[in-house]
Structure formats: structure tokens, C-alpha cells
Design a binder for this molecule. Structure first.
Ligand code: 6A9
Length: 759
């Protein structure tokens, strides 16, 4: 009321979208309060980079290129993970999320490893050393140039200066308010340096470091040695630099140690050479042990190759955890233009280091299952960061594009987040999993306090879903954000559902009922009820919501199509739509560019039941079907039918006999969730098959049989494709099993590790 009186009712409505939820913050300790997590490989979008968890973070990173193929556009310089670089392989093969990691990179005939080890001490987050090794598998004499840089974001309180002959090559000494005094030394441990040079400069931002560097390259003639691409040295002209890079052009094999030392830490030896090697080896041994005691794959009979595959997949998810700081751009019906969200940090894993190196809400709930299994506190910290991004309405934006590095990767049209749009509340799956599997750990005092702080936000989040996403009839729900006016899309996308182009009602309107959303809300209600019990809060209304939404007769009445004998959406729909190039209209009207949707038959209100697939399976995925229900049998029979969604590689998203199976949605947008095999949904399917194989009922045998088959199909295919291509993929082809979409997709595709572990 106070605010409303001050800025008027309209102003009040306008400001709600970017007003934070009014309660104690979730993240109570950050930056140096958590010294062991201060430094980390928190820049998942670069091949190798270290930074600290704080708003204006100093960053250290690596670039490399082959002098022979460097071109003026700089496309030969490796820095940000880019699929276009066509590396045969890159990714963390070991990573514990906190203290150490090992990454393998294959670029042409070069094999690079990047590793790091942290050491605690002092008051400023301690020390670390990173090691870069290069080997040429072809034994060719081709040199490779390694560039190691340190940079400060503009406005960082602090300074860096280059130091010549800092124990070896040009290094850095510096100071920031949080880090105190520090030094970064570059030491050649093994191999020959043919040429070295450095750059000290003022960069416009940390999103243009490569560009800054590229414009300064010069060719120098070193008598007797030939021509070298070189960095020009100090270009600051008296200004203080925020970007210092050292370039070493080396003959392989070569080993470089990058030694970061905090002035406040006492140490008896430098973490380099043999000392580093021994330390790395011992961390690596601990990692393998911990991996086995967490996932028990050896005990289950997996061989070394499969275990390495699982370790690498999992490690790249953990190594993909980043720390971002900045503000999203958001919009509500009350704001004329997009407005900035408040500035905030986000500690989160990312779906893909190359293509989507930023936070996605519903992806993160799936990542949480793996992360919580490994380190419950990392996961709780991630959850805390996400829930601090909740606004006063109880909304959390779906895609988080925070800070210059993240923003640089996103096309303009994807940036603005709209506050009417949801995304599946998968953090309830994470919490459910934690309550089930780590009950004792979560009851520990400090963690319980986190849950207590989280609770009001979960309630607000749940209420946001349960009010803003309602359908027209009681007990129905509808994803917002579909475009009812487009004539370009064969079936208007539902990005908010997470299943993008999965076919829904052809004519979006308020009569729509989305079965998946209803199931998400029912599932959330039951988890909230359990959590309420645990925290001694009133739980009954959540329990009742769950009972109401899962009442079989009510559910069936709204969503069971007797014609197709499956659960489905309902809405204004016709299957008779096509994309077509229209003949030019008579002048003076301008010709219509490209293809448009033509509706051949009027839509009618009906079940959307010619499209069997993931959406139809949600009551099964989230275990809302009574284990004695004959409907369960019908669903299981459909699941195992290769003429519908069963394949040797996993369940395809959409049945072959569905009208939009593998159809383009517009002239240029290929099918995405229209047949392809996705691993998060297969994980839910496999989890449910396991559940129905254990809960008493007439269908335990068939469930158990399908569980074994589907589980091994998915595991075998993903690991086979990893072996064939070097990567984990965003989705898999339903005809061939081949990985496709984006690669290095160790987001939810890494659930394969939990499938192997049967967790
Ligand atoms: C594209 C272009 C270089 C799409 O994994 C993240 C999301 C999922 O949450 C969603 O369910 N992916 C799935 O349907 C990727 C979304 C990428 C959108 C932005 C920008 C890339 O620029």
C-alpha cells in the first residue's frame, strides 16, 4: 500500500515484475564466506577458465591456435566452446565440483589436457595451479600457440600488472578488494618454447577478450628463427590494464603450469612440477573412489570403459557449473517495454557448455538429481541461488542470461523473459528425490535451516503455478505463451512447457487443458505436502490438492480420450493444417514471403489424441495412475509398441503415426520434439517403470520387463554414441540412435549415469 500510494496503482503493477520476493535471502553465504568454493572453473562457456564467485570477478583463461592456420577473422583461435570449432572432443573427464578437475581436448592432431588443483590457506580463497599439457599425436613439428590471460571486468575494484620474468614467462601480479594481493606465474615444466610475447591492454569487456587480442597480433621476424605471430607488449599508454595475456608458441610435447598464489596464504612449497603431479594424482584417485562409492558401477559389473564414460559424462556436468552475475530482461503485461530484473548472482550448471552456457530453470531440476547425489551442499547452494531469482509474484524466469559472457551467446529475440510464462517446476523433483534418498543428511541442522528459508518461496512458487496457469474449467491447467495469432507455425510452439514444438491444440485458446502441466502441479503439491510434514507446517491443503488432481475419475473425465485410449490434452483443434507457399495476392498488396499455415478444416473442441507421445505419458511419468488401473496396461502396451514410440535407443517423443511426426514447424524450423529421443523424458519413463514394477498390482511383470529393456537400450545407445563421436548429445535419432542437436550436452542427457546406477 505504501508503494502504491507513492507511485500510483499503475506504477505499482509495473514494478511487480522486477521486485524481488520479500523475505530473507536464500543465499546467506557467498564470495569469501565460502572460501573453499571461492575459486573454481565457473566459466563453463570457455574451454578452460577460472573465476571467483563474486559479482566483479577476476578471470583467468586459456586460448590457443595453430600459427599455420590462423586467419584474420580469428576463427582459428580457440576460446569459447564453439561447436563450429569442430574439435573431435572436449570435456571434463574428472571433476569433483570444488577442488580439482581434469579435461581432455582433441583439436586436430593435438591432444590437450587442462587440469587444476586448489589449495586452501590464508584469508582470500587460497591458491590454485592449472596445468596445460600439449601433445601432438602425429609427431609433426607444427608449433602451437598457448595464450594464458588474466582479466578484470570493468569497474572491478583492483588492478593487475604484468611482471616480466616472473619465474619464467610474463606473469601477473595484482590486487583486488576481495583477493588481496596475488600473483600468477607461468612456468614451463617440460618442452621447448619457440617464441613468447605478451599483451597488456585495456579491454572493453570480458566478452571481447579474443577480439581485443586479435587486433593486436603482429608478425615479427626473429633472425635465424623465422616469422612469429606475436603480441605487442604494453599497449596501455599509462592507463591501468584490465587484460594481460602471455603467449607461448611451443613445440609439443609441452607442459605449462599456471600458478596462482594468494599473498595471504602461507606455503612451504609451490604447487608446480612433481608436487603438482603428485597432488593431482592423489585427487584423481580419491575421485575414482568417491565415484564408485556414490554410484557403485563397478559393483554392478560395468567394465572400465563404461565407467570412464560415466565418469566423464558426470564430470562435465559438474565442470559445467558456472557462476554468473547480472540481470535478466523481463516483461509483464503492465510494462510497455522490457525492464531489467535486479542484479543477482546465479550458481548453476548449464545444459551445454558450447551452445547454451547459461541457466535453464527446468533443466536445472534434472541436473539437481545428479548433483545432489554427489554433493548435497552444492545442490542446495544451486537451489538457493535459483530461488533468490523469484519475484514478488512467485515467478522465476525460465532462461537466465546473466552477465556479458552469457549475453554474448544469445540472439536478441530470445533474451526477454515474460512473467506469465512458466517452465516445469522440476525443482520439486529434485526435492522429492532428496527427501527420499537423503533424508538423514537433509535433517542436519544447517541444511534444515536452508529448507526452512526455502519453504515460503516454494509455497509462493507453487501458488504462482496454481493460480496463473489455470485453465477455464476447475482442475484444468494451461501453459501460457503460445501464439494464437501466428500464421507461420504449423502448430504454435509451447516453449513454456519445455517441450517447445510438441504438438498441442492447433488453435490456442482458453479452452485448452494441458495434461503435462496438470501432472506437474499434482506432483509439486505432493512434494510440498511431504516437505510441510517434515517441517511441521500445515500440509493438508497440499495433500488435498494432490488427491483432487489425481482422482482417477476426475483425471479421466478431463483427459482420457476413449477414442485413442490414452491421456491427452484437450482444446480447439484440427489435424488438417499444412504449410504452404501462397500465390501472390493481386496488387497493390505485397507478396507473402515464405510459407504460411493453411487450415483445411475448421477446428473443433476435442482431445488432441492423434498425437501419442511424451505429453500423453505424463500421468505415467509422474506416477499419477493407480497401479491396478487397466489404463496402466493400455499405456504400457502403447509404450512397448515400435509402431508408436518404442525404439531400440529409447522412447521417441512422438508416435510415428502422429500427423506432425518429424514435421517442420515453419519453413525453417525443423522438428525438435516431434520424434527425437530425449533423455530427461526417458529417465522419467524408466523411473516410472521401476516404480510400477515394485508397487503391487497386476502389471509388475510387464513393467519390470520394460524397465530392463528400456534402461539398457538408453544406456547402450548413449555410450555407443559417445564412443563413436566423443560426445554426449542433446537428443538421439529415433531411426538410427545417432546423437544430434547440440553436442557436449551433459545437461539432462547425463542422467544416463543415474540410470546406470539405478538411482
Ligand atoms: C537458442 C540459440 C548460440 C530447448 O536445454 C535448454 C532448453 C530446454 O530447456 C528446452 O526444453 N533447450 C529445449 O526444448 C535449448 C534452448 C535454447 C534456446 C535458445 C539460442 C543459441 O545461440
Amino acid at each position: 500500500i505504501g508503494i502504491a500510494a507513492h507511485i500510483g496503482y499503475k506504477g505499482y503493477l509495473e514494478t511487480r515484475v522486477n521486485t524481488p520476493f520479500d523475505d530473507v535471502k536464500m543465499v546467506s553465504r557467498s564470495g569469501l564466506d565460502v572460501p573453499e568454493k571461492y575459486w573454481g572453473s565457473y566459466r563453463p562457456g570457455v574451454y578452460f577458465g577460472m573465476k571467483t564467485r563474486e559479482p566483479q570477478a577476476p578471470v583467468v583463461g586459456l586460448m590457443w591456435y595453430l600459427p599455420r592456420v590462423l586467419n584474420t577473422t580469428g576463427s582459428g583461435i580457440r576460446h569459447w566452446c564453439e561447436n563450429g570449432d569442430n574439435l573431435q572432443k572436449f570435456g571434463w573427464t574428472e571433476h569433483d565440483g570444488v577442488n580439482f578437475g581434469i579435461q581432455e581436448i582433441v583439436d586436430g592432431s593435438f591432444f590437450l589436457t587442462t587440469s587444476f588443483v586448489k589449495r586452501s590457506g590464508g584469508n582470500n580463497g587460497g591458491d590454485w595451479t592449472a596445468r596445460i599439457t600439449v601433445k601432438n599425436q602425429m609427431n609433426s613439428a607444427d608449433p602451437i600457440s598457448l595464450i594464458v590471460y588474466t582479466a578484470l571486468e570493468k569497474n572491478t575494484k583492483g588492478r593487475i600488472t604484468h611482471v616480466e620474468k616472473h619465474g619464467g614467462f610474463v606473469g601477473v601480479s595484482g590486487e583486488t578488494d576481495k583477493l588481496g594481493k596475488f600473483s600468477l606465474k607461468l612456468l614451463g615444466v617440460e618442452g621447448t618454447v619457440e617464441h613468447h610475447s605478451y599483451l597488456s591492454a585495456v579491454a572493453k569487456g570480458i566478452d571481447v577478450l579474443k577480439e581485443t587480442l586479435l587486433y593486436t597480433f603482429t608478425l615479427v621476424d626473429v633472425p635465424g628463427k623465422g616469422k612469429w605471430i606475436s603480441l605487442p607488449g604494453d599497449l596501455t599508454r599509462g592507463e591501468s590494464p584490465n587484460f594481460i595475456a602471455t603467449q607461448l608458441t611451443v613445440k609439443s610435447p609441452f607442459t605449462l603450469d599456471i600458478v596462482f598464489e594468494s599473498a595471504s596464504a602461507d606455503r612451504s612449497n609451490m604447487l608446480t612440477g612433481d608436487i603438482y603431479s603428485r597432488e593431482l594424482q592423489s585427487r584423481s584417485q580419491d575421485f575414482h573412489k568417491r565415484f564408485e562409492s556414490t554410484f557403485r558401477l563397478r559393483e554392478k559389473g560395468y567394465n572400465n570403459e563404461k565407467i570412464s564414460f560415466a565418469e566423464a559424462t558426470f564430470s562435465n556436468l559438474l565442470g559445467g557449473i558456472g557462476y554468473f552475475y547480472g540481470s535478466s530482461r523481463v516483461k509483464s503485461q503492465y510494462t510497455e517495454e522490457p525492464v531489467p530484473y535486479w542484479k543477482a548472482p546465479l550458481y548453476t550448471s548449464v545444459p551445454s557448455r558450447s551452445f547454451f552456457p547459461r541457466g535453464f530453470l527446468w533443466d536445472e531440476g534434472f541436473h539437481g538429481l545428479l548433483i545432489a547425489t554427489w554433493d548435497l551442499d552444492i545442490e542446495l547452494d544451486i537451489i538457493c541461488h535459483w530461488f533468490d531469482l523469484m519475484n514478488v509474484e512467485g515467478w522465476i524466469p525460465r532462461e537466465q542470461i546473466l552477465g556479458p559472457e552469457a549475453l554474448a551467446k544469445v540472439p536478441e529475440e530470445f533474451v526477454t523473459q515474460i512473467n506469465s510464462n512458466a517452465n516445469p517446476p522440476t525443482f520439486f523433483i529434485t526435492l522429492n528425490y532428496i527427501l527420499r534418498n537423503f533424508r538423514e543428511q537433509i535433517l542436519e541442522e544447517r541444511r534444515l535451516a536452508t529448507l526452512e528459508r526455502l519453504y515460503p518461496r516454494l509455497v509462493a512458487w507453487f501458488n504462482w503455478f496454481n493460480t496463473t496457469q489455470l485453465g477455464d474449467l476447475p482442475g484444468t491447467y494451461m501453459w501460457r505463451g503460445r501464439d494464437a495469432n501466428t500464421n507461420r507455425e504449423l502448430n504454435p510452439k509451447t516453449l513454456s512447457s519445455g517441450l517447445d514444438d510438441y504438438p498441442r491444440a492447433s488453435h490456442p485458446n482458453i479452452d485448452e487443458r494441458h495434461i503435462d502441466l496438470r501432472c506437474w502441479i499434482a506432483f509439486s503439491a505432493s512434494t510440498l505436502s511431504e516437505l510441510s510434514k517434515l517441517l511441521n507446517r500445515p500440509y493438508r491443503k497440499y495433500q488435498e490438492t494432490f488427491d483432487y488432481l489425481t482422482d482417477q475419475r476426475f483425471l479421466d473425465h478431463l483427459h482420457w480420450s476413449p477414442r485413442s485410449e490414452s491421456y491427452s490434452d484437450f482444446g480447439l483443434h484440427t489435424d488438417a493444417v499444412i504449410l504452404k507457399k501462397l500465390p501472390p495476392p493481386p496488387p497493390p498488396q505485397p507478396p507473402i514471403q515464405g510459407m504460411v499455415r493453411v487450415v483445411l478444416k475448421d477446428p473443433v473442441l476435442q482431445y488432441i489424441d492423434t498425437t501419442f507421445g511424451y505429453v500423453s505419458l505424463f500421468p505415467f511419468f509422474l506416477q499419477m495412475i493407480d497401479s491396478n488401473s487397466p489404463k496402466l496396461e493400455k499405456i504400457l502396451n502403447k509404450i512397448k509398441d515400435p509402431n508408436l514410440i518404442w525404439t531400440d535407443y529409447g522412447l521417441r517423443s512422438l508416435s510415428i503415426n502422429s500427423p506432425l511426426y518429424m514435421k517442420y514447424n515453419t519453413e525453417h524450423d525443423g522438428p525438435y520434439w516431434r520424434g527425437q529421443i530425449w533423455i530427461n523424458m526417458n529417465y522419467l519413463a524408466i523411473k516410472s517403470l521401476y516404480y510400477y514394477s515394485k508397487v503391487p498390482g497386476p502389471y509388475t511383470n510387464i513393467s519390470s520387463e520394460l524397465y530392463e529393456k528400456l534402461r539398457s537400450n538408453v544406456i547402450n545407445n548413449i555410450s555407443k554414441e559417445y564412443k563413436r563421436t566423443g560426445y554426449i548429445w542433446e537428443q538421439y535419432n529415433d531411426k538410427t540412435g545417432q546423437g544430434q542437436g547440440t553436442k557436449v550436452f551433459t545437461g539432462w542427457s547425463s542422467l544416463v549415469v543415474l540410470l546406470m546406477a539405478e538411482l
